[in-house]
Design a protein around this ligand. Structure first.
Ligand SMILES: Cc1cc2nc3c(=O)[nH]c(=O)nc-3n(C[C@H](O)[C@H](O)[C@H](O)COP(=O)(O)O)c2cc1C
Length: 281
């Protein structure tokens, strides 16, 4: 039986307090919210994705609830370099800064702002609803390798978060590994859309967005399986966070990120995944 270890773990060059991390973009938008999540039991936190210039995000509606999850099209709203100040009080904590850019140079610039304070950097090469960013770059193995190299060469632990919206995720993971990634995070949201028949138009302001939640769990498992075959660096499971993650492998090298924590009354985070069947990966 493989267990989710409650104690600290070293993954992809980052020392974590336990195996359960806050996934990017959910609650991690201020230093105070990141501190609160760590205080309530998360092994580490990933921030909202930060880019080269401030961004307001897409017009609303930005989020809709569907069977088994939600579809969001936030559009990567972020304060850019001003976010550096949010992390001052979190020095020494397992804080991973999620970053994005439209070119390898932009990735390197944003990475440089946080290189001295973050425990590690997570490259968002996977957001499905931000033109010119995220999955637009993360679908091209050559660009993935270049962006990864531009950041990894700064010497900060570098994780690369991948999109499931590609034909061969193994090839993308292998490109990140060649670029010097210390770990892969799989996966971001699944590109999705909802149309209102009453209004005869898409519900989201951006028309399409990314599906997360229970419904994408089998997609995430398949991606982790493919990546395990193609890569030798650690894989951090993400997607479909709910109480029964028995099919994702949990060992000292493979933690989990979740955007759907069970909340305690004081907004705490609990490791929800406790066991995996023997032989599962
Ligand atoms: C409202 C919302 C905002 C998100 N923002 C980001 C983001 O800024 N960067 C990123 O890499 N992923 C972002 N994600 C994706 C999550 O980190 C995660 O990959 C996805 O929700 C799948 O996990 P889950 O099914 O456990 O929620 C966002 C997801 C949601 C629902």
């Amino acid at each position: 039986m493989v267990a989710l270890y409650p104690g600290p773990a070293e993954v992809g060059g980052i020392r974590l307090k336990n195996h359960l991390l806050l996934a990017a973009g959910i609650l991690g938008t201020t230093g105070a919210s990141l501190a609160r999540i760590l205080h309530n039991g998360a092994g580490g936190v990933v921030t909202k994705s930060i880019g080269p210039s401030p961004k307001e995000g897409h017009p609303g509606p930005c989020l809709i609830v569907v069977d088994g999850g939600i579809i969001n099209a936030m559009g990567l709203p972020n304060p850019s370099a001003a976010f550096v100040d949010e992390l001052t009080a979190l020095a020494g904590e397992p804080v991973i800064v999620s970053i994005f850019g439209g070119t390898p140079e932009e990735f390197r610039t944003v990475a440089g702002w946080f290189a001295g304070t973050a425990s590690g950097l997570e490259l968002n090469l996977s957001c499905p609803h931000a033109e010119g960013y995220g999955a637009a770059i993360g679908s091209d193995p050559a660009l993935v390798e270049e962006c990864t190299r531009a950041v990894a060469s700064l010497g900060v632990p570098t994780w690369v978060k991948l999109t499931p919206n590609v034909a061969d995720i193994g090839a993308i993971g292998a490109a990140a590994e060649r670029g010097g990634a210390d770990a892969i995070v799989a996966v971001n949201t699944v590109k999705a859309m909802r149309i209102s028949t009453a209004l005869r138009r898409p519900v989201l302001g951006n028309r399409f967005g990314g599906l997360s939640g229970k419904a994408i769990f089998p997609v995430a498992v398949r991606c982790v399986y493919d990546l395990y075959e193609a890569c030798s660096i650690p894989i951090v499971g993400c997607g479909g966070g709910h109480r029964r993650h028995r099919h994702l492998c949990c060992d000292r090298k493979r933690p989990l990120q979740s955007g759907r924590h069970r909340r305690t009354r004081d907004c705490g985070v609990r490791p929800c995944m406790s066991r995996c069947p023997q032989g599962s990966r």
